[in-house]
Design a protein around this ligand. Structure first.
Ligand SMILES: [Zn+2]
Length: 64
């Protein structure tokens, strides 16, 4: 099954997704993995939360 990913591969894809957009095949494989896996959706939520905080931090401007 070429679209099957291990948890390790899935998390690597989620990390890579932060920097670049995934190929449709990787994107699809990741979505499929997230549907069947219990651990990785939790990791994804944490990661999305982290990204949100990072965005807020980036937008923060130091008062003069
Ligand atoms: Zn997984």
């Amino acid at each position: 099954m070429p679209l099957k990913r291990t948890c390790k591969e899935a998390t690597a894809l989620m990390v890579a997704r932060e920097d670049r957009s995934l190929a449709w095949r990787d994107h699809l494989a990741l979505r499929l993995h997230l549907l069947v896996c219990k651990a990785c959706p939790r990791f994804e939520r944490q990661m999305l939360g982290m990204r949100q905080q990072l965005k807020q931090w980036r937008n923060y401007t130091m008062p003069d």
